[in-house]
Design a protein around this ligand. Structure first.
Ligand SMILES: C[S@@+](CC[C@H](N)C(=O)[O-])C[C@H]1O[C@@H](n2cnc3c(N)ncnc32)[C@H](O)[C@@H]1O
Length: 219
């Protein structure tokens, strides 16, 4: 016990002890994703960068299993933080799993844990990511509506050039309205915040979106 306490000391000890399910899965995946990084910008700033806080594993598995990831899927977490959902998506069968985050220090930490070319972490503002191959996009309320609109414009551009099925899971969907502006996406499901017995952190709603295979004729 003292050695475990020593191993945890100074590394988000309280959060790890009070969220044993998250601690278990971090260890199982060989990653360290506990942490908190404050937001950059004011709440009303359309380009605010939301603080880093990981998605509880209970939600990660529930959402990713629902998405039924396949070897041909390219999974992208925009605002990937310490990469929890990226490593999890690879474990659940995504052929490629990519994390994109504006915070270089977080990206560096993730890269130290990568053991396969199927997992990649990119330091970039999400709005610059081109989505050439993305088939599944995950976001845990990472940024303000200005950034999100720019992201969706890039996704629409990529679908103009390479029509394909893209699925989106948006957790804590504060700016759902932006997704409604997409020329391709339509909402297919909405989950209310679910009680999660495995975590003491917040419970969030999730909306699911899918690209239409063709643009509506009036678009
Ligand atoms: C709520 S955390 C989500 C972490 C991770 N997706 C997860 O679910 O465990 C939001 C993350 O978005 C990142 N972020 C904020 N604005 C960004 C931007 N414009 N481009 C890329 N990443 C951004 C932050 O650095 C932070 O790591």
């Amino acid at each position: 016990m003292p050695s475990l306490l020593n191993a945890l000391r100074g590394k988000h000890l309280k959060a790890r002890l009070t969220n044993p399910y998250d601690e278990f899965w971090d260890r199982r995946l060989g990653i360290e994703t506990f942490g908190y990084v404050p937001k950059v910008g004011a709440d009303h700033d359309p380009y605010v960068q939301v603080h880093y806080q990981p998605t509880p594993y209970g939600d990660v598995w529930r959402i990713l299993r629902h998405l039924r990831l396949q070897p041909e899927d390219v999974y992208v977490d925009l605002g990937s933080g310490l990469g929890r959902t990226v490593f999890a998506a690879h474990r659940l069968g995504a052929g490629r799993a990519i994390g994109v985050d504006i915070n270089g220090a977080l990206v560096q930490q993730c890269r130290q844990r990568v053991t396969t070319p199927a997992i990649e972490f990119i330091e970039s503002p999400a709005q610059h990511y081109p989505h050439v191959h993305t088939t599944v996009l995950f976001m845990f309320h990472p940024f303000g509506p200005g950034t999100l609109s720019d992201v969706l414009a890039r996704l629409d551009d990529s679908l103009d050039h390479r029509p394909r099925r893209v699925r989106v899971a948006y957790m804590n969907p504060v700016h759902n309205d932006c997704l409604r502006q997409s020329r391709y996406l339509h909402q297919v499901e909405a989950w209310p915040p679910a009680y999660n017995r495995w975590t003491r952190s917040g419970h969030y709603a999730v909306t699911f979106w899918e690209s239409r295979s063709e643009l509506p004729s009036h678009a």
